[in-house]
Design a protein around this ligand. Sequence first.
Ligand SMILES: O=C(CO)[C@@H](O)[C@@H](O)COP(=O)(O)O
Length: 234
Amino acid sequence: MEFAPEIEAAIAHVRDDVARLHAELTRYGLVVWTGGNVSGRVPGAELFVIKPSGVAYDDLAPENMILCTLDGEVVPGSAGSDRHPSSDTAAHAYVYRNLPEVGGVVHTHSTFAVAWAARGEEIPCVVTAMADEFGGPVPVGPFAVIGDDSIGRGIVETLRGHRSRAVLMRNHGPFTIGADAADAVKAAVMLEDVARSVHYAREAGPLVPIPQDAIDRLFDRYQKVYGQTGEAGR
Ligand SMILES: O=C(CO)[C@@H](O)[C@@H](O)COP(=O)(O)O
């Protein structure tokens, strides 16, 4: 299937990004073996790119990423289409169909986030890093077995209208969303960091909640002021 030149260029860019970003999951210790996956929406098209199922992270490359429609179907004849897409493709596709503002989806089995998911317990907002990144607690989504829209529906129903870009799918693990694949990967990295900190804090004693007005101020600042803006940020 051929696309307009500008769409082909967008597809190539997302392939490069998604292939490269998988290395961030191993770099930050968020996955073992072939667990987890990253996808990115193709701007201007009803398409997204996701990794092939069960392929070693060291072997992932732009040309073996898999191009899918928003129904989660592999685009016939596209680069990489000789392989099966990630086993979580249906979940990623459901998110893209139902949350049009989402440009990237990530799933990991990062240890501390999975431990909170195994207890079906949301991570309370007790450190400023959570207020900055998630604007409050990280919620728990329903238990759902892989293979149909169940996981995707659980992600969307939990995160729609929620500040958090991360959800702990009960008994499974975290899914994160973002404006693009890099933003979703950042959410996954920061999620595991706060999941670990709050886990150890609670082991040592009672947690001290942050007042809601302070959470609101921290989130607003971080989303609008933190980092570089303008030319310096390019
Ligand atoms: O969590 C699961 C399966 O339950 C998957 O994310 C994990 O095994 C990775 O699968 P893929 O290699 O993306 O098919």
